[in-house]
Ligand binder design. Structure first.
Ligand SMILES: [Zn+2]
Ligand SMILES: [Zn+2]
Length: 409
C-alpha cells in the first residue's frame, strides 16, 4: 500500500464507527423522491462539520458542499439521497418503520432499498478523509447530495436550479452505486456506455364503449390493448438489429370497471431501455406505428387514435468518459490489486447521473459500482448489504480517486 493509501485507510478505520452510526440513522429515516428534507439536512450538517460551505435547497432538497484549497481542478462527487415506496422486511434492529403520506392521501411504507443511505455515508466519509488530507491537495471539491434519483428528476432539477452556474463547473464528476451482484470488495468499472437509457410511456388506447352483450355496437379498447401488447413483443425480436440492445415492457394496464360494460379507454404504462439513440428512435417509431395501425385496422376513427406520451421519468444512457474512467480505475487497480478492480458489462438499469455530463462544455463522468456480495437485489424489501465493508470500500475509492484528480501540493 502506498503511503497515501495508508493515510486514507487510517482515517477510514478511525471514522467507520461514526459513519456506521450515520448510516443507521439515515436507514431508519428514509424519505421518498423529492421529499428528502430531513435526509438532506443530516447530510448537510455532516459536510459542514468537515469544513465544507454547504448550500441547501438546490433543485428541491439538493445540497452542494464546496471546499477549496488553492487553485486547481474542480472535482465533483455525487451521492443520491432518496428512498423507495417499499415496506422493509429485513428484520434489522434499525429497519425503517416510516410510513409516508402521498399527495392523494394514501399512505406508503418507505425503505432505503437501493443503498442510497450507503452512498450518503460514503460521501460523508469522503468529506472527512479529504478534510484530513487537505494539505495534500489543491483545487476545489464539490460534494453533492442529489434528490429524486429514483424518479429520474433530481439531476435535471439541480442543473435547472443552477448547480453549474452558482458553483464552479467540475473538471470531472464521480459517483458510485452498491451492487449485490458483484462480490464483496470488488469494484466494477466500464468506460463508455455504463447503463441504459430509459423512456417511460403513457399510452392511451381509445375505442367506443358499450354493452358487453353488444360488442358489435362498440369498438373494444380491451381487445385492442391486448393486440397492441402482443404486437410490441416483436419489436425487439424482429425489428431491432440482433446486436442492438433494446427492451420493451408494458408494466401496467388499466381499463374498465364492470363485467358487462366495455370501456371507452384502456391505459398502458410502458418502459423502454436502450443504449443508442438509433435504437431509441426505432423502438419509438415502432410503438407509434403499431398502436396507430392496430387501432385503424379495428375501425377506430381518426380522432380517437391512440396517444403515446413520454412520461417525466425518462433518463438518457449514462456514458462514462473513457480517459477519466481509465485514470480512476488504474489508480484503484494499482492500489487494490488487479483482481479487485474489474471491467463490467453495461447495465440495463438506468441512472440519472448521466444528465450531469450532457451539457456544453461536457463534464467528464466516471460512475462505478462497488460489490456488496450477494443477498436480495436492489429495490427488494429484504435488501440488506453489510454496511461496514461497503462504506469503507466506497470512501477509499472516492477519496483516492479525488486525490488523483485534484492538484498535488
Ligand atoms: Zn434504485
Ligand atoms: Zn439506486
Amino acid at each position: 500500500m502506498t503511503p497515501r493509501a495508508g493515510r486514507i485507510r487510517e482515517t477510514i478505520d478511525r471514522e467507520l464507527p461514526s459513519l456506521l452510526d450515520l448510516y443507521r440513522r439515515l436507514h431508519a429515516q428514509p424519505e421518498l423522491s423529492g421529499e428528502e428534507e430531513t435526509t438532506s439536512r443530516t447530510l448537510a450538517a455532516e459536510l459542514e462539520r468537515a469544513g465544507f460551505a454547504v448550500s441547501e435547497g438546490i433543485g428541491g432538497h439538493g445540497i452542494v458542499g464546496v471546499r477549496s484549497s488553492g487553485a486547481g481542478p474542480v472535482v465533483m462527487i455525487r451521492a443520491d439521497m432518496d428512498a423507495l415506496p417499499v415496506a422493509e422486511e429485513t428484520g434489522l434492529p434499525y429497519a425503517s418503520r416510516i410510513v409516508a403520506k402521498r399527495p392523494d392521501g394514501s399512505t406508503v411504507s418507505v425503505m432505503h432499498a437501493c443503498g442510497h443511505d450507503i452512498h450518503m455515508s460514503v460521501l460523508a466519509g469522503t468529506a472527512r478523509v479529504l478534510a484530513d488530507l487537505v494539505d495534500e491537495w489543491e483545487g476545489t471539491l464539490l460534494l453533492v447530495g442529489q434528490p429524486a434519483e429514483e424518479t429520474g428528476r433530481g439531476a435535471t432539477a439541480m442543473i435547472d436550479d443552477g448547480i453549474f452556474t452558482r458553483f464552479p463547473v467540475p473538471d470531472s464528476a464521480l459517483a458510485l452505486h452498491v451492487g449485490p451482484d458483484l462480490p464483496k470488495g470488488i469494484v466494477g468499472f466500464r468506460e463508455g456506455i455504463f447503463s441504459a437509457g430509459s423512456e417511460s410511456l403513457d399510452i392511451v388506447i381509445r375505442g367506443i364503449g358499450g354493452h358487453a352483450a353488444h360488442p358489435d355496437r362498440a369498438i373494444d379498447p380491451v381487445v385492442l390493448a391486448a393486440r397492441i401488447i402482443l404486437a410490441f413483443q416483436t419489436i425487439v425480436s424482429r425489428e431491432l438489429p440482433p446486436l442492438g440492445f433494446g427492451v420493451v415492457t408494458v408494466a401496467s394496464i388499466h381499463g374498465g370497471a364492470k363485467y358487462n360494460a366495455i370501456p371507452d379507454t384502456v391505459s398502458l404504462q410502458a418502459n423502454i431501455r436502450y443504449f443508442s439513440e438509433q435504437v431509441r428512435e426505432k423502438i419509438m417509431e415502432s410503438i407509434r406505428r403499431i398502436t396507430r395501425n392496430i387501432a385503424l385496422s379495428a375501425g377506430v376513427p381518426e380522432d380517437l387514435l391512440p396517444e403515446v406520451k413520454i412520461a417525466a421519468e425518462s433518463v438518457p444512457p449514462l456514458v462514462n468518459d473513457t480517459v477519466l474512467t481509465g485514470r480512476v480505475s488504474s489508480i484503484l487497480r494499482d492500489t487494490l490489486g488487479e483482481e479487485r478492480v474489474i471491467r463490467i458489462d453495461p447495465l440495463t438499469g438506468s441512472e440519472d447521473f448521466g444528465f450531469f455530463g450532457m451539457l456544453e462544455p461536457r463534464v467528464p463522468l466516471c460512475y462505478f459500482r462497488i460489490g456488496t456480495g450477494g443477498g436480495p437485489y436492489l429495490h427488494n424489501s429484504r435488501f440488506a448489504p453489510d454496511p461496514g465493508p461497503a462504506i469503507s470500500l466506497g470512501v477509499f475509492c472516492m477519496a483516492l480517486a479525488a486525490l488523483e484528480l485534484l492538484g498535488k501540493k
